[in-house]
Design a protein around this ligand. Structure first.
Ligand SMILES: Cc1cc2nc3c(=O)[nH]c(=O)nc-3n(C[C@H](O)[C@H](O)[C@H](O)COP(=O)(O)OP(=O)(O)OC[C@H]3O[C@@H](n4cnc5c(N)ncnc54)[C@H](O)[C@@H]3O)c2cc1C
Length: 167
C-alpha cells in the first residue's frame, strides 16, 4: 500500500511514522526545503513537547469539548511521545505548569528524533515538493500532483496541513 503524506510538520511526520509502522510504503512530501520549520520555533525554540497531566486531566484542559480526543490519546499518549524521544536518546524535563521540554532546551533535538524515526521506518522524505492537487479516478485516490507537474502515484493520502484547494 503506497501512502503519501502531505506536509512535513509534526502531524505529518507522526502520521508517516504511524503509517509506515503499520506496513505502508510511505512518501512524505514537504514544500519547504526541510521538515518541521514551524516546530523549530515552538516554545520559543525550546518546544513545549507535551504535558505531564494524565489523559483525563489533559482532556479537561482542552478548550471546548476535548472528549473527542480521548480515543486518540488512548492510541498515542504523552507517555508514548516521551518514550519515542527517549528511544532516540533525548531526555525530557518537567517544568512549571506540567510542561514537558527537552533537556537540551532545543526544538531541533526533537526534530532530529522525528527524522531519525522516519529514516528508521524507511519513509521516503521528499522536500521542495508542493502538492497542488489530489488525483482521483472513480472517486478513489490514485496519486498527487506536485507543483513541478510530476505525479506521485499512491492509493492513500494523509493530509497533514491546511488545504485551501480541494480536488
Ligand atoms: C510561535 C509558536 C509557538 C508554538 N509553540 C508550541 C509549543 O511549544 N508546543 C506545541 O505543542 N505547539 C506549539 N505551537 C503550535 C505548533 O506549532 C502547531 O500545533 C504545529 O506546528 C502543528 O503541526 P502541523 O504538522 O499540523 O502543521 P505545520 O507545523 O504547520 O506543518 C505543516 C507542514 O505542511 C507543509 N505544507 C503546507 N502545504 C503543503 C503542500 N501543499 N504540499 C506540501 N507541503 C505542504 C508546510 O510547509 C509545513 O511544513 C506553536 C506555534 C507557534 C506559531
Amino acid at each position: 500500500m503506497k501512502t503519501v503524506v502531505i506536509g512535513g510538520g509534526p502531524s505529518g511526520m507522526m502520521s508517516a511514522i504511524s503509517a509506515a509502522s503499520k506496513g505502508d510504503d510511505v512518501i512524505l512530501l514537504e514544500k519547504e526545503n526541510s521538515l518541521g520549520k514551524k516546530l523549530l520555533i515552538t516554545g520559543k525554540g525550546r518546544c513545549n513537547i507535551t504535558s505531564s497531566l494524565n489523559i483525563s486531566e489533559f482532556i479537561n484542559n482542552v478548550p471546548g469539548n476535548g472528549k473527542f480526543l480521548f480515543s486518540c490519546f488512548q492510541e498515542f499518549s504523552n507517555d508514548d511521545i516521551i518514550a519515542l524521544l527517549k528511544k532516540h536518546g533525548l531526555e525530557v524535563k518537567n517544568e512549571r505548569g506540567n510542561r514537558i521540554f527537552p533537556v537540551t532546551d532545543k526544538a531541533q533535538s526533537v526534530l532530529d528524533c522525528f527524522i531519525e524515526e522516519l529514516k528508521e521506518k524507511n519513509v521516503n522524505i521528499r522536500t521542495k515538493c508542493e502538492v497542488v492537487e489530489i488525483k482521483t479516478q472513480n472517486n478513489e485516490v490514485t496519486g498527487v500532483y506536485l507543483g513541478s507537474g510530476e505525479v506521485v502515484n499512491c492509493s492513500k493520502v494523509i493530509l497533514a496541513t491546511r488545504w485551501k484547494k480541494l480536488p
